[in-house]
Structures are given as C-alpha cells and as structure tokens.
Design a protein around this ligand. Structure first.
Ligand code: PLP
Length: 489
C-alpha cells in the first residue's frame, strides 16, 4: 500500500509530461489570448465547482486536467505583451522549471545544515544581484517574498542599528524620544504597515513633499529633521525611493545620503521596482548616491522578470542582519569555524523555514546574463519613452510623465481640455473599459491632481508594435467612452 499522497515515477512522468506540453503551448500562444476575460468571482466559483472539502481522494491526473485549462483561460495574464498594468512583470519561463525543481528537492533554506547546496546558491545570488546593480563587494542579504518584506526586513535592521543596544530587550519604551522615519509623500504603502506593525505608529512617519519632478524635497527633509531634533524626537532612518510606484521617479539619492551622514541616520533605498535600471549605463547618473545606502530593497519578481515570489534585501554591513535577527551573538555560533562560518538564513531575516526561491533568480541571471538583462531593461525604458512621444503627438492624448519605464497620459477629447472634473471621470471610465476589454491592461495614477492612465512596461515580451497598436486601441476606446458619457440622459 502506498501513501495516498505518493506519486509513483510512471504516474509522475505521465502527469508531468502532459503538463509541460500544455504549459509550453500556453506560453507560446500567450499573445493571442485576451489579457483577461474579466469573469466575476461568482462565475469563476461556478467553473471551479467543488463546494465542500473532499472526503475521499481523487487521482492527481484528474485534478490537474481540470484546473490547468481554467488557469490558462481565465487568469489575468501578466505575461501578455500588452499587459502594462501594475508593476508585475512577465515571468521567465525557466523560472517555472526552477520552481518545479526547487519544490522537488524541497531544501529548507532556513538553516545551512538543511540546505547545503541551496544556501550556497542563495549566497551566490545575493552577490550577483549586488554586483548587477553596481554595488561594491561585501554586501550581505537574503531573498524574501517581495518588496514589502524586503523593506520590512531593512526597517527592522535600521531600527536595531540606530536605537542602541537595549531595544531587543526593552523594546521601544526604553528609547529616549520618539523614533521617526522620513520618506517622500510618494512612498509605497509598505511604510505605513511597517510603522503600524512594528510599534512606532503611523504618526512616526514624516512624509516629505516632492518637487516638480516628483522627487523628495531634500531641503524640506533637512529642515524637518532639524525641527524634530529640537523638539526632542529621535530620527533614525530616511527612505529614498528609486522608482516610485505611481510615476517611476527616483529621489535625489546623493542629497539624501548627505543628510543621513550629517545627522547619523540609516539610509535605506526602496528600489523594489526601479533598482535594476541602475545597471543601464545611460541611467547611472539617475541613481548617483545609491552606493551610500546602508540597505536596499529590490524585487527580482519585478524588473528581473522572475516569477512570483522573489524580493531581496541587501545590507552594506551584513553584521547588522545577524545583530537584528539572530537570537544569540555571532561568537556563540559553536558550529562555525574561522574558514567555514555557518550561514543560517533564519538568523538574517524574519522567516524560519524558508523555500528555495533563490534558484529561479540564480537561473535567470545566468540564462540572460548581465548583457541580456541590460538589453531587456533598456528596451522597456525605450518603449516607455516611445509611448510618451506617441501620446504627445496624438491630438486626443496628453502625455503627463515618463520616468524609467512608466508613462502616464490621458485621453482629452476635442474642446473639453479645460474641464478637469470631466477629464477625470472620462479617464476613469476609459480605464475600466480598457481593463474589461481584454486587449490591453493598464492601471491608473493620480499625477499632479490629474487622473491618468499609467503604463508600466516591465515586460520582456512587449514590442514597438504593441505600443503602436495600444495607442490606436486607447484612442478608439477613448472616443467611444467620450461619446457614451456626453450623451444627455
Ligand atoms: C512593488 C513595490 C513595493 C511592494 O513590493 P511587493 O513585491 O508588491 O511586496 C514597494 N515599493 C515599491 C517602490 C514598489 O514598486
């Protein structure tokens, strides 16, 4: 009698081969599918069936043959060349194979003894990621589930490093003055979660206004820090954003680094989306100052095209990771020897048991190589600029912003250009219709109080032709939406 969850090699192969064939067909034909079918949750529940927990087992082949076509047909396809919605990338196909392999071996990358090979692969991946974006040697870090976790991981490191020794034992109560964090008003929502969850409260966040280029106003940053210090508070960290979520703007990292140095603050960069662009020779001045950061968050599942989930925290002095997350000091590590120190990831982050998410990143970095990545990322930036230019030239489109690979723009019908309220409503309706239509997928952003369409090109499948066709689709649907809305009721 075999166990009910076992698959004998022959059965595993039969299911696996068929699944691989179907996935290959799905990936090969992805451009010809709708980006989304927009079915409602109710409709999908009906297709899914199975209202109650099964009492008895079902052969695995049967389950796979039911769920596979449903996933292919009714998912939102972020691997579609015309998906430019949120910052969710197309996924490297090799990443799917990597996840299969990782799950098959199933190392627990929490402890080195449980994952001797996988730990080395993750260490190597961290080193390569730091090198790819142009950091000096010596950074340490780890892979986490995404940008939120990567930023949380760094937030706690910053706090431990700057609060003084007692924080691990005494908590925040023992710190003199309220600990404050500074970031631009465009910072992603992770900062609010972090401040609330880690006991600071959201009022410990100082939201610094942005300049006309959507970058943190560093003069106001310094002024705010000075005032807070005078009032007896305890600033500990400044978060610079490298590729903000709505417009893609990169803060003046050099200026922030200067302020952090003057006031002895931890300098963290949230580069969840934008950081990989630092590898592009033409972009390096945009990221000037990044090497001064104490920690950096970046997401391989965004602009490195790895399948979800893969985020990464990099820390300039890796000892801060063990100081924060290890429950005993490094010198109590009895299993370590001088030449072969133990590298347990559970001592470097929030997780204990950890999956092998490094494998897909490690494989992708080798498959494309640095040159291949630079080409893909650069192409996304060029396509975003093309979109901006085409929108600028189009009589019914207004180009609003363009940073990295994010373009914001909106539809403006003839003779209605002054009616701000109407334009907001029109573009909101247009966006909903485009999202339902399944031909392209965009998201929205409110830029300088204007409701805009937002194209985030984080997609190695998008081509010049897709951009040109998209302009046509939007112009046509914009006109229809305008006619629809202007009909007197
Ligand atoms: C996407 C993003 C995040 C959140 O990352 P997740 O991977 O979704 O958790 C945080 N900050 C920035 C700037 C982002 O672009």
């Amino acid at each position: 009698m075999t166990s009910p969850i076992e698959l004998q090699p022959e059965e595993f192969k039969a299911i696996g081969h068929q699944l691989i064939d179907m996935i290959a067909g799905f990936i090969g034909g992805i451009a010809h599918r709708p980006v989304t079918t927009g079915k409602t949750a109710k409709e999908l529940q009906q297709l899914l069936g199975a209202p109650s927990l099964p009492g008895e087992g079902t052969p695995a082949a049967e389950i796979f043959s039911k769920i596979t076509p449903l996933l292919f047909n009714d998912s939102l396809l972020n691997g579609h060349p015309k998906f430019m919605g949120y910052i969710t990338s197309s996924a490297a196909p090799a990443g799917a194979l990597a996840d299969l392999l990782a799950a098959a071996v199933n190392p627990n990358v929490g402890a080195q003894i449980l994952s001797p090979v996988a730990t080395e692969v993750e260490k190597c991946t961290i080193k390569w990621l730091a090198e790819f974006i142009g950091l000096d040697q010596g950074y340490g870090g780890l892979l986490v589930s995404g940008g939120n976790m990567a930023n949380f991981t760094a937030f706690l490191v910053a706090r431990t490093a700057k609060a003084g020794n007692a924080i691990k034992e005494e908590g925040l109560n023992n710190t003199s003055g309220r600990m404050l964090v500074y970031c631009s008003q465009n910072t992603h929502t992770w900062i609010e979660k972090a401040a609330a969850l880690f006991g600071h409260g959201t009022r410990a966040i100082r939201w610094i206004p942005t300049d006309i280029f959507d970058r943190m106003d560093t003069v106001l940053l310094e002024k705010t820090i000075k005032e807070d210090l005078q009032a007896g508070a305890r600033p500990f960290m400044v978060v610079g954003t490298a590729g903000d979520v709505s417009s893609g703007a990169v803060d003046d990292l050099r200026a922030i680094a200067g302020v952090c140095k003057t006031y002895d603050l931890w300098f963290h960069i949230d580069g969840a989306y934008g950081m990989p662009a630092a590898a592009i020779p033409g972009q390096q001045k945009v990221f000037d100052g990044m090497k001064e950061a104490d920690s950096i968050a970046l997401d391989p599942h965004k602009w490195l095209y790895c399948p979800l989930e893969a985020g990464c925290t990099l820390v300039k002095d890796p000892r801060h990771l063990t100081d924060t997350y290890s429950s005993h000091p490094a010198y109590y590590n009895f299993n370590s020897t001088e030449d072969d120190p133990v590298h347990n990831y559970y001592e470097r982050g929030l997780q204990n048991s950890r999956g092998f998410r490094a494998l897909k990143v490690w494989i992708a970095l080798q498959q494309a190589g640095k040159t291949g990545y630079i080409k893909m990322i650069n192409k996304n930036i060029q396509l975003s600029r093309l979109l901006f230019e085409l929108a600028e030239k189009h009589p019914q489109l207004e180009a609003v912003t363009q940073h990295l690979s994010i373009t914001t723009f909106r539809y403006v019908p003839p003779a209605r250009g002054e009616d701000a309220q109407y334009l907001d409503k029109l573009n909101e309706t247009l966006l909903n219709r485009l999202q339902q239509g399944g031909k392209v997928f965009l998201s929205n952003a409110v830029i300088h109080k204007k409701y805009c369409l937002r194209a985030c090109i984080v997609n190695f499948r998008t081509s010049k032709k897709d951009i040109e066709e998209m302009i046509e689709i939007i112009a046509k649907e914009g006109e229809r939406t305008h006619q629809h809305l202007s009909v007197p009721v």
